[in-house]
Design a protein around this ligand. Structure first.
Ligand code: ADP
Length: 580
């Protein structure tokens, strides 16, 4: 007893930080305030890097992308009530994209709940639609267990967002250091190992899949960000190159194999999905981005082999063969099975030849269009210049963050991905406003890489104040804003829409024309560039890519370039296909 008395008392904030550190957490994102400020300080003192944001929404987007890039849950820390509500944006984004994340929020004192306490909210109920698993530490002794549980749930099966609620009275309770260590040890020992056990795949199912691929006339391998998350790149490369089967990445699958690979069907997307007879789909949902796997985009007779960690996903799509398991492991098993009796389509196979011919046609059409220097800028001219600058960086390749309507859609066709997990975009949910959060996550997750954001002015505006965060942490992030003065750009209303008492107000789509976004970052000591010509853009990219310091390049775009849907006209012309 005397021993316990002389030991320092540790509060709930410290115990959360200690538990996170024990679980191997290295980075956290968030916004501090009552009652979690000391939690962030304790975490930092224990060696966890805490990146402090202006807004929980951006911090949450950062945590979700960090989870994807590293394969370990990204942590978001928020205050109670409104802080938790702002954080829901990140949590829901993690769920929609199947990325592992944990939101930890302080909440009001339990004894005052229901009496109108400061920032009072039933947070566990509020997060429910967006959280895979939630835990509330109702007593300090429960903290370590809750921490391990939410972290394990976030990566178990299909990754997603989880939530940990810690009332302020619990954050202020104390235990001795000895008790703290014992609680953490016990919690660690009682971790549920089943949560992180991967499903076992039946050999007969692998055989069925191989049989289908072997007998296909026009096989295709499609892979998505689930395969990227699973780090299946070398397994996929081996399979592709030994069988000669063409492949098609989803937008964030781009880079698992280089975009310029001779089996890449990206520039012949419509042909590849429209004509393939067997498609092996790895870590990609047959959702809107893949036209639900149905006609008219896909042939009605196509046979799907679906590889996904999530059993419900496979049940939902009812593929010809469903392989529930880890992408990397399943692809390796498929390759192993083929190796005993190998087959390879070869370059002169009619299907491979047809795809490669179409790719060449579309690429040369696109290059012809890209080759022209259009001033005032359209979308393609600056994107070509940016593409070349990014390729010029070499390895490790920069991480590209892309959002906006036209900027993202045209960018998907023009910009080239050469390395896995180097593209972050609006994703499954089409979330706009993710840009700055994703940039910060990417810089923190991969300190050796440059981060380049190519985003529309509207996407940028959601979280523009986070440029201060870039400067404060001196992150190597160059944000290129495609400034066309609004959402889709300019006033696109037809004359009959411009009536009523507020007809002289700006259009709902328009912002202040030629806004000086580059000056924003200069307010904090970062570098800003205003560019309107190819030479100005080239020199700004040159300088900022070599400086590897926070910069904003404000690219003035013709407000009437581009399309409203952001994907129909321009990207189809470029042969990129329209996902929507
Ligand atoms: P994309 O947007 O690239 O098409 P989706 O997010 O739609 O990709 O699909 C990713 C899929 O990958 C999800 O259904 C998810 O369950 C699955 N997934 C996540 N992790 C793994 C893994 N380790 N192995 C296989 N599939 C995975």
């Amino acid at each position: 007893e005397t021993d316990q008395k002389i030991q320092a008392a540790m509060d709930g904030n410290t115990l959360v930080a200690m538990s996170l550190a024990r679980a191997g957490v290295e980075r956290m994102f968030g916004v501090v305030g009552i009652p979690v400020t000391s939690l962030a300080n304790r975490a930092m003192a224990l060696g966890i890097r805490f990146i402090a944001f202006h807004n929980e929404q951006s911090a949450g987007y950062a945590a979700s992308a960090y989870g994807y890039l590293t394969g370990r849950p990204g942590i978001l820390l928020t205050v109670s009530g409104p802080g938790c509500v702002h954080g829901l944006a990140g949590l829901s984004n993690a769920g929609a994209n199947a990325w592992p994340m944990v939101m930890i929020s302080g909440s009001c004192d339990q004894k005052d709940f229901g009496r109108g306490d400061f920032q009072e909210l039933d947070q566990v109920a509020a997060v429910k639609p967006f959280s895979k698993f939630s835990a509330k530490a109702t007593d300090i002794t429960k903290i370590p267990n809750c921490v391990f549980e939410v972290l394990d749930w976030a990566i178990s099966g299909r990754p997603g967002g989880c939530y940990l609620d810690i009332p302020s009275n619990v954050l202020h309770q104390t235990v001795t250091e000895q008790e703290a260590q014992k609680l953490i040890n016990d919690a660690e020992n009682s971790r549920n190992k089943e949560l992180i056990t991967k499903p076992r795949i039946k050999h007969s199912e692998i055989e069925k899949a191989v049989e289908l691929l072997r007998n296909a006339e026009r096989p295709l391998i499609v892979f998505g960000k689930g395969a990227a998350y699973a780090r299946a790149e070398s397994a996929l490369k081996t399979l592709m190159e030994s069988t000669g089967i063409p492949f098609l990445p989803t937008p964030m699958g781009k880079g698992l194999l280089p975009d310029n690979h001779e089996l890449a069907a990206t520039a012949a997307r419509s042909l590849a999905i429209g004509k393939c007879d067997v498609a092996l789909v790895v870590g990609a949902r047959l959702n809107w981005l893949l036209h639900f796997g149905k006609p008219p985009k896909w042939s009605k007779d196509v046979k799907f082999i679906l590889v996904d960690i999530c059993e419900e996903e496979v049940e939902l799509r009812k593929p010809c063969v469903g392989l529930v398991g880890d992408a990397k492991e399943v692809v390796e098993r498929i390759h192993k099975e083929i190796k005993d009796d190998p087959f390879c389509l070869g370059k002169s196979h009619p299907w491979v030849e047809a795809i490669s011919k179409k790719v060449k046609e579309n690429v040369s059409k696109m290059e012809a269009q890209l080759g022209k220097d259009v001033v005032p800028f359209n979308f393609t001219t600056p994107l070509r210049i940016i593409r070349d600058a990014i390729l010029g960086v070499g390895t490790p390749a920069p991480i590209l963050v892309s959002e906006g309507a036209n900027t993202m859609d045209v960018g998907r066709a023009v910009l080239v991905q050469m390395e896995p997990r180097t593209r972050l975009d609006a994703g499954t949910w089409g979330t706009m406003g993710v840009g700055l959060g994703y940039c910060i996550a990417a810089a923190v997750a991969s300190p050796d890489r440059l981060v380049v954001a190519v985003e529309g002015d509207s996407g940028f505006g959601f979280s523009a104040m986070e440029v201060e965060t870039l400067v404060r942490y001196q992150l190597p992030v160059v944000v290129i804003v495609f400034n066309n003065g609004g959402v889709y750009g300019g006033d696109r209303r037809s004359p009959e829409e411009i009536t009523g008492p507020y007809k002289d107000d700006p259009a709902p789509t328009s912002f202040v024309p030629s806004a000086a976004y580059h000056v924003l970052i200069e307010a904090f000591g970062g570098k800003g560039y205003l560019v309107q010509t190819p030479d100005e853009l080239k020199s700004a990219l040159d300088e900022s890519f070599s400086a590897k310091k926070p910069a904003v390049i404000n690219v003035i775009i013709d407000p009437y370039a581009g399309a409203e849907s952001g994907s129909t006209r321009v990207s189809n012309e470029l042969g990129a296909g329209n996902p929507s």
